[in-house]
Write a protein that binds this ligand. Structure first.
Ligand code: KG4
Ligand code: ZN
Length: 340
């Protein structure tokens, strides 16, 4: 048995728990999604999210520990998401994680949620070697990062307004789909036909690696208002929207690879579960003789495994988070320190 860690993720509306062993890999993982709880409100209600984490977290930890056949004495540490995220939700995972570590007399390590996403492909059988360019596309963030090692992050570009996942969710809402609409919009787009609508490719006509997705939502609103409202029309609009987001991401990734001289791309975060995006990126990387890596589908969206993995890498390098340290709801990724 290698070094063993418990990972806890509660930054938003998913309670994710995992037990990860350095030598054997992932031993167990549990996920509780609050999607149904928030669906009536069309988005995450922070106070409800915190309370539901409180209800679910301890039973899920018990289950993950039991499934991994692990007792507290076996653990070398507890990792929890320290930020960025909803402050109340983060506080649940951090309070429970730090309390357990105190009781079990093991160190804690606070993990940056986006570092978790970025390292999620490391859980796969064929992990990406450094250096690479990472496209992180989640509900809260969109960024392009040059990654030279764990913690060695150079921010190349980011969204100046909505994140990619947020644009998917908002456009899905305009199309009458439930929350979170990203995966539902993708499904609707599969029924759509190209050539009917043409959405803009924001910020691609000028240099730079920043994104802007809020204009697509406005464009979608205007398109839907002027359209006939039939199911086929909605599917065609979903298709055109998704095509524009993917095209924009492709253009920016190509640019980032050219700028860095790298030919290795990692795509992570909730939107990396999108199969059309994966197909388009795979084709791009084939065309330029490069390599592309993704997390497994269940590790694209929020989960405890990525937090356990990232936490263990930092713990092994001798880092720990003092028990008195609180959460960091706003936390730039490029402020992290490299792991030697
Ligand atoms: O990484 P994540 O679970 O949470 C954050 O850290 O924000 O990402 C969730 C986002 C949501 O906006 C969701 O709609 C989007 O990822 N998403 C997708 C797909 N699956 C999840 N967007 C497009 N296509 C999908 N298949
Ligand atoms: Zn996330």
């Amino acid at each position: 048995m290698g070094e063993l860690i418990l990972g806890i993720e509660t930054s938003c509306d998913e309670t994710g728990i995992a037990v990860y062993d350095d030598a054997q890999g992932l031993l167990s993982h549990e996920l509780y999604s609050q999607v149904k709880l928030h669906a009536d409100y069309g988005g995450v209600v922070p106070e409800l999210a915190s309370r539901d984490h409180v209800r679910k977290i301890v039973p899920l930890i018990e289950k993950a520990m039991a499934d991994a056949n692990t007792s507290p004495q076996d653990l070398d540490g507890v990792a929890f998401t320290q930020g960025p995220g909803l402050v109340g939700a983060l506080l649940v995972g951090s309070s429970v994680g730090r309390s357990l570590a105190y009781a079990w007399d093991v160190p804690t390590i606070g993990v940056h949620h986006m570092e978790g996403h970025l390292l999620a492909p490391m859980l796969e059988d064929n992990p990406p070697p450094f250096p690479f360019v990472a496209l992180l596309v989640s509900g809260g963030h969109s960024m392009l990062v040059r990654v030279d090692g764990i913690g060695s992050y150079e921010l190349l570009g980011e969204s100046i307004d909505d994140a990619a996942g947020e644009a998917f969710d908002k456009t899905a809402k305009l199309l009458g789909l439930d929350y979170p609409g990203g995966p539902l919009l993708a499904k609707l787009a599969d029924q759509g036909e190209g050539g009917h609508y043409s959405f803009p490719r924001p910020m691609t006509d000028r240099p730079g690696l920043d994104f802007s997705f809020s204009g697509l939502k406005t464009f979608a609103a205007n398109t839907i208002r002027d359209a006939d409202g039939s199911d086929q029309t909605k599917a065609n609009i979903a298709f055109a929207f998704q095509e524009a987001v993917i095209d924009t991401l492709i253009i920016k990734c190509k640019r980032a690879l050219k700028q860095t001289g790298l030919k290795r791309l990692v795509i992570a975060g909730g939107v990396s579960a999108n199969t059309s995006l994966r197909a388009a990126m795979t084709k791009l990387m084939q065309d330029i003789n490069g390599e592309v890596y993704y997390p497994g589908l269940s590790f694209c969206t929020d989960n405890g495994a990525m937090i356990a993995y990232a936490g263990l890498q930092r713990l092994k390098a001798g880092e720990t988070t003092p028990l008195a340290e609180s959460v960091v709801p706003r936390w730039p990724l490029d402020s992290l320190t490299p792991v030697s």
